[in-house]
Design a protein around this ligand. Sequence first.
Ligand code: PAF
Length: 292
Amino acid sequence: MGDKINVAMEVIRSSDALRQRLAGFSTAGRKIGFVPTMGALHKGHISLIKHALGENDVVVASIFVNPTQFNDPKDFDRYPVSTENDIRMLDEAGCTLLFLPAPDEVYPPDAPKPVVPDLGKLDRVMEGQFRPGHFSGVAMVLERFFSLVQPHQAYFGEKDYQQLMVVKHLAALRFPDLTIRPVPTMREKDGLAMSSRNLLLTPEDRRNASFIPAFLHTLPNEMATKTPAELKATASQYFANHGIQLEYLEFADGVTLQPIHSWNDSSDPRAFIAAYAGKVRLIDNVSLNPKE
Ligand code: PAF
């Protein structure tokens, strides 16, 4: 198992041991960067680690497939696990410490579950609507991890843009000394956003999935002649023609995440997509802000 692999990076499995180790870093005045993950790591995660290494003295990563954020138990069961490979990747990237807890370490059976604050309207749209309870689960696990690790900065990919906004909101309410750092989406050569779920795609679904970024790429041009409603009206058929089942296409403000009905409704419009390539649910988003 993980801790028997011969790597320089420390691998810690218990919350108590983690607390003790991190107290040492704090006493020494070290700046702590934190990269929480659910494992099945790819270059997108390594980019988070590299950003964190550039801006902190110590980088703590966690791998924990958080059951409370999966609204579909089958999705949880299918979630890819590749812990030994993950440990090697983190070590090679220069990560200082990996927290690799069992579920009871994160949610001790005798302790009350962390209470999730009101997430405003951020969790009522898009992913919040199609994956009820998902963001409460994310907030619950991060509440626990942020309290344990007490990082100065924590790193989140823009691929999960709505999650990034929810986490910023959580941090502002509960962890005012923590800075949330966004990191740009890493993409494959054909534009597909890197995701652990890509590992689950069949070769045919993988080919079809490249239509998602291709479609997003066309939007800046399309905006010149079409309204958000017009684009949404034709999108499902367009995706179906490319073997992809669109769950939603939404246009929303990049800060409030509330839907926009005209391009003038927001100075920072973004497009958001959730779609199925075969059985695999993929999400992606891009900024439609001409200044970016
Ligand atoms: O983005 C993820 O991998 C997860 O949602 C996170 C932030 C690690 C919480 O479980």
